[in-house]
Design a protein around this ligand. Structure first.
Ligand code: ADP
Ligand code: ASP
Ligand code: MG
Length: 439
């Protein structure tokens, strides 16, 4: 059995839902994981924002607008009155539930209940549509098996046990539909796996059932060799190692959520990135092997802050770096990149929440400077140090771009450089020109 996950745009309209239904029924008995219809989660965030601000009129107006969109979708999707009525009933229940939060106090707990409604509605619509087509489709409620533990990490034993039992209970179904993104936490409350987390759901489900493959279906034909939102003429990469995919996802390749790679890698389940609008395109296969001696792709991560700590005390001293890292640890702030010299160290963070406290503490050890609005550009491929010339090619490409930091040799798979926000597009394009054109 495979796990096939479809993102928001893949189920973003009645026609798209019909296309996905056709595609999945042609491929047999698999588990279909769905995101909310595109735009829905953003609108649910907006509704929650109004409720936090106690603007119930704003919230109600936005709820009404979204409900109308769903009503139109239902009208277009179903051909029989019986199924139109069934779908209306399901969707109405979700919207009435959202409306019930306009009366009381509003906290993170209520917000998570609201955010869950998008995936609950998209899966209800797909399940009913398949049934209208005469397919014996079964809805597996994610809230009955997807759970995180007290550390907000997936409770893999629980997921495996509950999901296996559900599949066994409905073993005669032709196909299974389930929600991505949503889960319960250790206290049984409705929660989620963070924005974009449906990819993570698919990977956790695939791992729990030891799937033959995890397929991530989206609106592009696989992982491209550069960010198609900023560079023209990018091309799909046919194969990636799990580690390469993890680096690209973490450093900004939005097609794949960074958390998605680990469960699949640990269980050695191949992940394939495919295009719903072009189902026959080859896409990208992510697995445990990799073609050698090539640079595969480039990605960029925004909103990075660089912090430099310069100190004469670092010279010939031991324990300096430990003290520096302990400060970041005490403020629960992860470090992405590091560059060191004998008299200073520069690090980057992507979370400025505790920046002022961190800087205040670091000042006890040296002179501190901060650069905001930086971007990490990550070049991924077979970058084992004995392969000559790859790092030179990257630096040659960036010869006209001011580079604040360079990190190489941390893994066999990447070189990262830090540039200013305003140089991001120039740097991405220069790298594409040098690394991928006229190869
Ligand atoms: P979904 O809603 O299906 O999860 P996403 O919007 O999360 O889809 O991811 C697909 C988008 O990722 C593409 O439309 C593309 O703009 C963007 N993207 C960014 N970097 C890359 C890349 N290197 N390769 C492919 N797509 C990328
Ligand atoms: N619907 C959620 C979001 O928009 C989860 C996902 O699409 O992966 O973030
Ligand atoms: Mg996504």
């Amino acid at each position: 059995m495979k796990v096939m996950k479809f993102g928001g745009t893949s189920v973003g309209s009645a026609q798209r839902i019909k296309d996905v239904a056709k595609l999945v029924t042609e491929r047999g008995k698999n588990i279909i994981v769905l995101s909310a219809m595109s735009g829905t989660t953003n609108t649910l965030v907006e509704i929650s924002d109004y409720l936090y601000k106690k603007n119930t009129d704003g919230a109600k107006e936005t709820v009404n607008g979204l409900e109308q969109k769903y009503n139109r979708t239902i009208d277009e999707l179903f051909s029989t009155q019986e199924y139109k009525d069934k779908a209306m009933k399901e969707v109405k229940a979700c919207f009435n539930y959202i409306r019930s939060f306009t009366k009381d106090i509003f906290t993170l707990f209520e917000e998570k209940e609201i955010l869950a409604q998008g995936e609950l509605m998209s899966t209800a619509l797909m399940n009913l549509y398949l049934q209208e087509q005469g397919i014996n489709s079964e809805l597996l409620p994610a809230l009955d098996y997807m759970r995180t533990d007290k550390n907000a990490e997936p409770d893999t034993q629980y997921i495996k046990q509950k999901l296996t039992a559900l599949l066994e209970k409905h073993k005669d179904a032709d196909i299974y539909i389930t929600q991505g993104y949503i889960c319960r936490n250790a206290y049984g409350e409705v929660d989620n796996l963070q924005r974009g987390g449906s990819d993570y759901s698919a990977s956790l489900i695939g791992s729990a059932i030891n799937a033959e493959e995890i397929e991530i279906w989206t609106d592009i034909d696989g992982m491209h060799n550069n960010d198609p939102r900023f560079v023209e003429g990018t091309e799909p990469v046919s194969e990636l190692h799990f580690e390469e995919a993890a680096e690209l996802a973490y450093f900004g390749a939005k097609i794949l959520h960074p958390t998605c790679v680990l469960p699949a890698k640990l269980n050695n389940i191949p992940v394939r990135l495919l295009n719903t609008m072009q189902p026959d395109a080859k896409g990208t296969l992510i697995h445990n092997a990799s073609s050698t001696r090539t640079i595969k792709a480039v990605a960029a991560k925004d909103n990075i802050t660089a912090i430099k700590i310069k100190s004469g005390r670092m010279l010939l001293a031991y324990g300096f770096l430990r003290k520096v890292f302990e400060i970041f640890e005490s403020y629960q702030t992860p470090i992405d990149m590091i560059a060191t010299s004998e008299v200073g160290v520069s690090v980057t963070i992507d979370n400025e929440r505790n920046l002022q406290n961190i800087v205040d503490d670091l000042k006890k050890f040296g002179t501190v400077t901060v650069d905001n609005d930086m971007v990490i550009i990550c070049v991924v491929g077979d970058l084992e140090w004995q392969n000559c010339g790859f790092e030179a090619k990257v630096m040659e490409a960036l010869k006209d771009v001011p580079v604040r930091m360079i990190s190489y040799g941390g893994s066999n798979y990447n070189i990262s450089v830090l540039v200013q926000k305003e140089d991001k597009v120039k740097a991405l394009n220069a790298l594409s020109d040098h690394l991928f054109k006229n190869k």
